[in-house]
Write a new protein. Structure first.
Length: 146
């Protein structure tokens, strides 16, 4: 392969490899994430000895106006787990960052990516159920609500 072709190929490859991390294409608002998203997050609770790890899988439904509901199943490394459901409020800034507050007081910050098809987030409240924790997750659009 000639040097020019190799250079063009590398430029294209490197350029295309950055596309998935781009934020929403235009200015964002609460309506940017109206619909249902499949959600998965990983949890580490740090003051238990030994610390426990958990996984949460479920859905997030955003109404496009700042309110929503999550339905989930939580499984812990100690064998415990349970289904749950919580309501939440959210606010999306024009730069596609968002904050979410669950009805149990947990708070999250995140960013809308892939033109509204995905949300990446971390917990910012740092505690649930009386113990410190670390949680991060990703939600992917399932469908748009009517």
């Amino acid at each position: 392969m000639s040097g020019l072709k190799l250079g063009i190929s590398l430029c294209l490859l490197l350029g295309l490899g950055t596309l998935p991390v781009l934020a929403h294409a235009g200015a964002c608002s609460n309506a940017s994430i109206k619909g249902t998203y499949g959600d998965q997050s990983t949890v580490t609770q740090t003051n238990d000895v030994p610390p426990f790890f958990g996984e949460l899988v479920g859905t997030l439904r955003f109404d496009g106006a700042g309110a929503g509901v999550t339905n989930f199943v939580f499984a812990r490394s100690d064998g415990n787990g349970a289904p749950g459901s919580l309501t939440f409020t959210y606010a999306v800034a024009s730069d596609c960052t968002l904050t979410v507050t669950w009805s149990n007081g947990e708070t999250f910050s995140g960013v809308i990516v892939l033109d509204g098809q995905q949300i990446d987030y971390v917990e910012t409240s740092g505690a649930c159920c009386g113990t410190p924790l670390i949680r991060r997750g990703r939600a992917t659009r399932v469908h748009v609500s009517e």
